[in-house]
Design a protein around this ligand. Structure first.
Ligand SMILES: Nc1nc2c(c(=O)[nH]1)N[C@H]1C(S)=C(S)[C@@H](COP(=O)(O)O)O[C@H]1N2
Ligand SMILES: [Mo]
Length: 387
């Protein structure tokens, strides 16, 4: 227990890598700025870019990444109906629908079950260069496996779809054949029973060793490792199991990609729900110590093992970056690259990631048939001015 507490304190306090390693936590080789190390300013930051940590919609200033886990007061936050305040002592998770034992669980009930920790990083599907890729973060979540809870309540064979409703709600105009219906609805997202029964989906009540904050969905949220942000339902109030597809606004309409695909020589226009993270790498920070420059970045993907991350400076060749030992399957994956011989003047740096299946992070032009703006995982060129 003492060890557990020390470890938690270490994660919260961002203890040095060596200390964490001694406690069995994967090492972190990228400390906060070392003595004599300075940040190199990017020249591509939009003028109005000013991340406000106190805002309800909060984005991370990725130049400040200095450890594997995003501190809870910097973790990005997106929500559509504001942030409900839920009293953890009266909170009840309701499980309804096609289950043998529908029922309610208090937070104490949930905390009493076998718990585990899971590193999971993700981005909002709307993340892009516009917000300097700051709609992304990486957390160490504490909680229980969804599949364990579903096994406990017993999903009936006809239960095919698992719907998660948040406590947050708002009035929506639902358009149907020219007619508008006004309803007050809860935020909702669904997954198939096959996905729900995999070992990964997680109901989290802790972040980085502390109870979830209101920003991140206190007292309980869903974590879908390897999926875009929208799947990670915050303030979960009700899990409902049904037979049919759930077509709520945030499942079927608002979070959707329209993309043309050549199939057997014919263009097929497909609209698909936002689900698994597309392969993306981002250069987040460049530092200088004397004449030495170091590039730091991260990769987000669906958990498929990676083959390589490479960095290109100006018109030079692609050069391999080094992966950080703190990386795990569903965490964001940090990388560094030693930029040698940087000359004074403007430079462009870009990264690209390739997974073991040979999928390569696309360039912008390859996403031409994607008409809607979500799921932009194109290579992200950064510019700096070396003085
Ligand atoms: N209940 C609820 N959960 C939600 C949302 C919401 O509006 N309501 N927004 C989703 C979206 S679009 C994103 S990107 C992620 C962001 O998670 P975070 O705020 O913990 O970073 O929360 C998801 N979960
Ligand atoms: Mo999102």
């Amino acid at each position: 227990m003492a060890k557990e507490i020390t470890r938690r304190e270490a994660i919260k306090g961002g203890l040095a890598a060596g200390g964490l390693m001694a406690m069995g936590v994967p090492g972190w080789t990228i400390p906060a700025l070392a003595q004599g190390e300075t940040l190199v300013e990017f020249t591509d930051i939009p003028e109005n870019f000013n991340p406000d940590p106190n805002a309800a919609v909060r984005f991370l200033d990725i130049r400040k990444i200095d450890g594997p886990f995003t501190p809870k007061d910097q973790f990005f936050a997106i929500q559509h109906y504001g942030q409900p305040e839920i009293d953890p002592s009266t909170y009840r998770l309701k499980i309804t629908g096609l289950v043998d034992n529908p029922g309610e669980f208090s937070l104490a009930d949930l905390r009493g079950k076998a718990s585990s920790e899971l590193a999971s990083g993700y981005e909002c599907s709307g993340n892009s260069r516009r917000r300097v890729q700051g709609l992304s973060s990486n957390g160490l979540w504490g909680g229980i496996r969804l599949s364990d809870l579903l096994a406990e309540v017993g999903v009936r064979p006809e239960g095919r779809e698992v719907v998660f409703f948040g406590a947050d709600h708002g009035e929506e105009d639902v358009l149907f054949r020219g007619q508008t219906y006004k309803v007050d609805q809860q935020f909702g997202r669904s997954i198939s029973i096959e996905d729900a029964m995999k070992p990964e989906p997680f109901l989290a009540y802790d972040l980085n060793g502390d109870p979830l904050t209101r920003h991140q969905g206190s007292p309980l949220r869903l974590i879908m490792p390897g999926w875009y942000g929208v799947a990670n339902v915050k303030w979960v109030a009700n899990i409902h199991i049904q037979q049919d597809r759930y077509l709520g606004k945030f499942q079927a309409r608002w979070y959707r990609t329209l993309k043309g695909e050549m199939i057997d020589g014919e263009m097929k226009w497909k609209e698909s729900a936002i689900s698994r993270l597309r392969l993306k790498s981002v250069i987040a920070r460049i530092t200088r110590t004397g004449g030495q420059h170091k590039v730091l970045g991260f990769v987000l993907n669906d958990g498929t093992p990676l083959r390589s991350v490479e960095v290109k400076v100006d018109d030079g060749p692609w050069q391999r970056a080094t992966m950080d030992p703190s990386n795990t399957k569903y965490s964001w994956k940090l990388f560094t690259y030693d930029w040698r011989g940087a000359t004074p003047g403007e430079h462009t740096l870009v990264s690209r990631v390739t997974d073991i299946n040979g999928a390569v992070q696309p360039v912008q032009e390859e996403l031409e048939t994607k008409r809607t703006f979500l799921e932009d995982n194109s290579q992200y060129a950064r510019t700096v001015n070396i003085t």
